[in-house]
Design a protein around this ligand. Structure first.
Ligand SMILES: Nc1ncnc2c1ncn2[C@@H]1O[C@H](COP(=O)(O)OP(=O)(O)OP(=O)(O)O)[C@@H](O)[C@H]1O
Ligand SMILES: [Mg+2]
Length: 233
């Protein structure tokens, strides 16, 4: 894929501009990200790799507007997250961003299909419409027969597939996925990677993937390596 063409013609989907982040714990201040800058183009597939504790999850949370920056800014299609009202930011997260969290984050008391329905219901779909659309994507992740099961009745790989279905059901512009293949065996991890690729192609979604899996990272358009909160490659 020619990134150059995309870079020159399209507005970036996400611009991370000189982002730094520190956490304050009493008198202690821990610097986790330091002057991070890069962009995500529409439909781009980007991997973020780095050792444990290097700041990958923190960066992804910030890119999704789920955490504040200490300095710098994150723009979504030119709009600074920090300048959006809470209502607008929530709408943007619901419509345009899909999240797969490092620890699956499904609602434990709801079934797979109900979990997938959540973003649809939040955006105003009727219950009936939401169920039709959720059933459709559940089929895409090959879990039709498990729709009524709660997360604790599913395997790790199945939960991750439900999490991906929930993240993709709104056909977001960007999917932010934190270790979606972590804790899975090679075969399940490969299935998840193929599934994300298929959905990405169908929906034209950009993917930002945090992973420890070097082989998986190599299949992406671009790889960013973090070390101690800095981009080193
Ligand atoms: N809320 C918080 N308060 C204080 N420190 C935090 C907080 N969240 C993260 N950290 C620290 O920030 C650093 C980066 O954490 P982060 O979770 O972003 O790393 P990571 O690269 O995702 O690691 P892993 O590969 O293990 O998931 C760690 O040292 C962590 O302890
Ligand atoms: Mg992490």
């Amino acid at each position: 894929m020619s990134l150059e063409t995309t870079t020159t013609t399209a507005q970036p989907l996400l611009s991370v501009e000189a982002v730094s982040k520190h956490f304050n714990d009493g008198a202690l201040s821990v610097k986790v990200l330091s002057e991070i800058s890069f962009q995500v183009q529409p439909k781009q597939r980007l991997a973020i790799v780095g050792a444990s504790g290097s700041g990958k999850s923190t960066l992804l949370q910030i890119m999704g507007g789920l955490d504040d920056v200490s300095s710098g800014r994150v723009l979504f299609e030119g709009d600074d997250f920090a300048s959006l009202s809470e209502k607008k930011a929530a709408k943007l997260r619901n419509r345009s961003l899909g999240f797969v969290y490092q620890f699956h984050h499904l609602l434990p008391e709801f079934s797979a299909i109900e979990n997938i329905c959540m973003p649809l219901l939040m955006s105003g779909y009727s219950c009936r419409q939401a169920k039709v659309r959720a059933a459709d994507i559940l089929q895409r992740v090959a879990l039709t027969k498990r729709g009524k099961h709660k997360p604790n009745e599913l395997s790790g790989g199945e939960r991750q597939r439900v999490a991906i279905a929930r993240a993709m059901v709104m056909r977001p512009q960007v999917l932010l996925a934190d270790e979606p293949t972590g804790n899975l065996d090679r075969k399940s991890a490969a299935q998840i990677a193929i599934l994300m690729d298929e959905l990405q192609q169908e929906c034209g979604t950009a993917i930002v993937l945090v992973t420890h899996d070097v082989e998986l990272a190599k299949t992406m358009d671009q790889v960013i390596t973090l070390s101690d909160g800095k981009i080193i490659g």
